[in-house]
Design a protein around this ligand. Structure first.
Ligand SMILES: [Zn+2]
Ligand SMILES: [Zn+2]
Length: 277
């Protein structure tokens, strides 16, 4: 019998820090990160809510757990049902509400869900429970400048682009950043909830300056197991600038809800909305 709650992998990525991979829907694997301090632990994102994060985290640490969602998309927030002390930037409250409401989830399951399990009975029962659960809105992160885990402070930085309330987390002690979908090697900024390309370029400029000032040495994202660095962000910025300076750059990208452009440049990919001049 298929057990969807066992579809995960845990790995130590550096001292007191773990990646938790949830093998999600339609091949969309999502990496979450667990940062353990002397007194508390912090989970970056909580995935699709398929795996039992409470139990998985409990095997690593018994310290009180704080969960910070980097943005409101369902692959990052749906574990909240099983967790307490969760946070999100309030700018993404609406994105969270839309991504966790039953009609949208039902559509998502019908269109995308775990294709290899689509016709299996256990999956149907699992999906039915998943779409009809209540997903409580996390608390607002807005007025909390950092989380002190005990000899380890975790700061956050607003990085509007992928969604307007996207944030990155910065681990001061180990000079590491977690920027999730907000600044990966393939960024989606074509969504209704995304900013314009111009605004995203401003985000990247200020985020790069922030990380340079902090002397960050490593970055981790949500859908790619590799360790990244600041140079990758500079390449992404150069790709976005190229798109802005060359209207119509890249191929047309269409899905049922959007028309956008997909541009591959400087070893990165950006899907963006064309700007009207
Ligand atoms: Zn996202
Ligand atoms: Zn994502």
């Amino acid at each position: 019998m298929a057990d969807f709650t066992k579809q995960y992998e845990v790995k130590e990525i550096y001292e007191n820090t773990y990646s938790i991979l949830e093998k999600g829907f339609e091949g969309l694997d999502t990496y979450m990160y667990l940062l353990v301090g002397d007194e508390k632990a912090l989970l970056v994102d909580c995935g699709f809510g398929i795996i039992d994060l409470k139990k998985i985290v409990g095997k690593i640490t018994d310290k009180p757990l704080i969960t910070v969602c980097t943005h409101g998309h369902h692959d990052h927030v749906m574990g909240v049902t099983n967790l307490t002390d969760c946070y999100i930037h309030s700018v993404d409250n609406e994105v969270f509400a839309l991504n966790t409401c039953e009609p949208v989830l039902r559509m998502f399951v019908m269109n995308n869900a775990l294709t290899e399990h689509k016709n299996c009975e256990e999956f149907e029962a699992f999906a039915e429970e998943w779409v009809s659960k209540a997903y409580p809105l996390p608390e607002a992160l807005d007025d909390i400048p950092y989380f002190d885990l005990g000899n380890r402070k975790i700061y956050w930085h607003l990085i509007p682009g992928h969604t307007r309330g996207s944030i990155a987390l910065y681990d001061e002690k180990y000079k590491a950043a977690f920027d999730s979908d907000g600044a990966s090697r393939g960024v989606w900024i074509y969504l209704v909830e995304s900013t314009s390309l111009t605004e995203y370029i401003e985000t990247l400029e200020s985020y790069i300056a922030f990380l340079e000032e902090k002397g960050v040495t490593k970055r981790f994202v949500a859908h790619d197991p590799k360790e990244h660095n600041i140079e990758d962000l500079r390449k992404l910025l150069s790709c976005c600038r190229y798109a802005l300076e060359n209207p119509g750059a890249g191929e047309i990208f269409r899905n049922p809800y959007n028309k956008a452009r997909i541009l591959r440049h400087s070893d990165t990919v950006v899907i963006y909305k064309e700007e009207k001049n």
